[in-house]
Design a protein. Structure first.
Ligand SMILES: Cc1ncc(COP(=O)(O)O)c(C=O)c1O
Length: 477
C-alpha cells in the first residue's frame, strides 16, 4: 500500500515552534512524536523526504536524518520500500513512549471518569429490559422510548421537541460527521469557531468543504467581528459549540445567539450546534437553554441541527449521542447513515434510557466534581505558573490557558519528557496558530491535575534551564 505523504511545508506548519534548547535532531524527533501521539499525524503517514524538509526547516540534512533515525529506533516510524520513513501503527508507539506509560498522566483528551452508578444501572437494565435481547439488537434511528426521553429533555430545557425530531447516534462525533457529509459538497463554504474541537474541524475538511473561521477568545466573544465574518462567508453549514465551548470553556452571549442565527439562516445556512458539553456546569447543575431556543422564527429552527451526547456526562464508553433536527432532515440523515454504519446497539440504548431517568442527579454530581477539579487546577496553576492566565469558566471540560509566550508546542514536549501528555494550542486551530495557548482539561481527578502542573513546571524549567546553561557556556568561552 502506498502511504499518504506529508509535504515538508505542511509538516513545518504542524510543528510550529519546535526548536528547544537541546540537540536539534532530538527536538525535531520529539516534536514529530508529539504530533503522532496526539493524533495529528496518523499511522501510515509517510514523512517528507529529508532534503525538502531540511530546506524548509533551515536545518542540515544530517539533523533531519538523525531525527528520522531516532523515530525509527523508538518504534514510532519505520522504513518502507518506496515510501521512505512511515509512521507506525499506535501499538508500536505506545510501547516506546518516553514517559514509559506507567504513571503517565494523559490530558490529551478531556474525558470525565465513568459515572459511578453505571454498574448498578447495568444490573437494572438487565432485570427490567429482557426484551432488549429478543430484538435485532441495533437500529439506525433509535428506540422510540429513548428518542422520547431525549425529546422530553429538550422540551424541559425550553425547546419543545417530538421524538420524530431525534435520531440516536454512536456519540456526538459520529453525528457531526454524518451531518457534515450529508449536507456539504466539495467546494461548499463552511464555518467553524477558532479554536474548536479538532475532530469536528476534520469532519468538515473531510467533505472537501472550505472552512472559514470565527474567532473565540479565551475570555469571550467579539460579537461584531463574528457577525461580520458570518455575513461575508455566507456558509452552507456553520459548526458551533455555543455552550461551554471546547477548548475555551466559554459560552456565547445570549444577544449574539439570536443575531447569529438570523444572519446565518437569512443566507440559507444550516447551523450545527454541538451541545456535547452544554449541560456540564460548575458548582450547581441547572437546565441549560438549548442554542436552538434562541431562534425567533420556526423556519430558523428548521435550519438548526443540534447534537448531544452522553459521552461526557455519563460515560464515553456508552457511545450514545443524538441529533435533533426537522423530521424531513432526520429522514435524510437516516438514509445517508446506512452507507457508513448499520445503527446503534439496543443494549447501549437501554442503558442510556435509564441514565436519562437519573440525568439531573448525574449532572448535579458532575457539577460538584468538576468544580472541585477546576479549583484544584486553578490553585496549582496560580502557585506554580504565575506567568499564565487561566480564564474563569462556568462549565465544560477545559480551559484555554494563555501561557504569556508563544511556546505551547515546546511546553507540551517538555511535559511529555516528564510524564504528562497535553495537547498544544495549535491542535485546536489551523496549523501554526495558538502557540500562545494550551488546552487544560479539568475533567481529570484533582490529584492528577495537581501532579501534572508540577511535572509541567519541572519539564519547563529543565527545558529553559538548558537555555541558561547554553548561555553560561557561551559566556565562559
Ligand atoms: C465538542 C465535542 N463534540 C463532540 C465530542 C465527541 O463526543 P462523543 O464521544 O460523544 O463522540 C467531544 C468530545 O471531546 C467534544 O468535546
Amino acid at each position: 500500500m502506498i502511504a499518504q505523504r506529508l509535504t515538508a511545508r505542511r509538516l513545518v506548519q504542524l510543528l510550529g515552534d519546535w526548536r528547544g534548547a537541546g540537540h536539534s535532531y532530538l527536538e525535531l524527533s520529539e516534536s514529530i512524536a508529539l504530533l503522532v501521539r496526539d493524533g495529528t499525524v496518523p499511522a501510515g503517514t509517510a514523512l517528507p523526504a529529508e532534503r525538502p524538509l531540511s530546506d524548509t526547516l533551515g536545518v542540515s540534512r544530517t539533523t533531519v536524518s538523525a531525527s528520522y533515525q531516532r523515530l525509527r529506533e523508538r518504534g514510532i516510524a519505520h522504513s518502507r520500500q518506496g515510501s521512505g520513513t512511515v509512521i507506525r501503527a499506535p501499538r508500536g508507539i505506545a510501547a516506546e513512549t518516553e514517559a514509559g506509560g506507567d504513571g503517565e498522566i494523559d490530558l490529551t483528551t478531556a474525558c470525565p471518569a465513568p459515572w459511578q452508578g453505571l454498574a448498578a444501572l447495568s444490573a437494572r437494565a438487565f432485570a427490567e429490559h429482557p426484551e432488549a435481547f429478543q430484538l435485532l439488537g441495533y437500529d439506525t434511528i433509535g428506540r422510540r422510548d429513548l428518542r422520547q426521553a431525549i425529546a422530553d429533555r429538550y422540551s424541559a430545557r425550553g425547546l419543545p421537541t417530538a421524538p420524530e425530531q431525534i435520531m440516536v447516534t454512536l456519540g456526538a462525533q459520529h453525528a457531526n460527521y454524518l451531518v457534515a457529509r450529508t449536507l456539504l459538497r466539495r467546494g461548499d463554504r463552511s464555518l467553524i469557531e477558532s479554536p474548536s474541537y479538532p475532530n469536528a474541524r476534520e469532519a468538515l475538511v473531510a467533505t472537501g468543504a472550505l472552512v472559514a473561521e470565527l474567532p473565540v477568545a479565551s475570555d469571550g466573544y467579539d460579537s461584531a467581528s463574528i457577525l461580520d465574518i458570518a455575513r461575508r462567508t455566507s456558509p452552507h453549514l456553520a459548526y458551533l459549540i455555543p455552550d461551554h465551548h471546547n477548548p475555551t470553556g466559554q459560552s456565547m452571549p445570549e444577544e449574539l445567539r439570536a443575531e447569529l442565527i438570523t444572519t446565518l439562516t437569512a443566507q440559507g445556512a444550516y447551523v450545527l450546534a454541538d451541545e456535547t458539553t452544554a449541560e456540564l456546569t460548575l458548582g450547581r447543575a441547572g437546565l441549560v437553554r438549548p442554542f436552538a431556543a434562541a431562534a425567533e422564527h420556526a423556519h430558523q429552527q428548521d435550519a438548526i441541527i443540534t447534537v448531544g451526547s452522553l459521552g461526557k456526562t455519563v460515560w464515553g464508553g456508552l457511545r450514545i449521542g443524538w441529533i435533533r433536527a426537522a423530521p424531513e432532515l432526520i429522514a435524510r440523515l437516516e438514509v445517508s447513515r446506512r452507507i457508513g454504519d448499520l445503527g446503534t446497539g439496543t443494549w447501549e440504548q437501554v442503558l442510556a434510557l435509564l441514565a436519562l431517568e437519573q440525568y439531573d442527579e448525574i449532572l448535579a454530581a458532575r457539577a460538584i466534581e468538576h468544580q472541585a477539579q477546576y479549583r484544584a487546577l486553578a490553585e496549582q496553576v496560580a502557585a506554580h505558573f504565575p506567568e499564565w492566565t487561566m480564564p474563569r469558566v462556568r462549565g465544560g471540560v477545559s480551559t484555554w490557558v494563555d501561557l504569556g509566550g508563544h511556546h505551547s508546542t515546546r511546553l507540551a514536549r517538555a511535559g511529555a519528557r516528564h510524564g504528562v501528555r497535553i495537547a498544544p494550542g495549535p491542535r485546536f486551530g489551523s496549523p501554526g496558530v495558538f502557540e500562545r495557548f494550551i488546552r487544560f482539561p479539568f475533567s481529570a481527578p484533582a490529584e492528577d491535575l495537581r501532579e501534572s502542573v508540577l511535572r509541567l513546571r519541572a519539564g519547563w524549567d529543565a527545558d529553559t534551564g538548558a537555555d541558561r546553561s547554553v548561555l553560561a557556556a557561551q559566556t565562559v568561552i
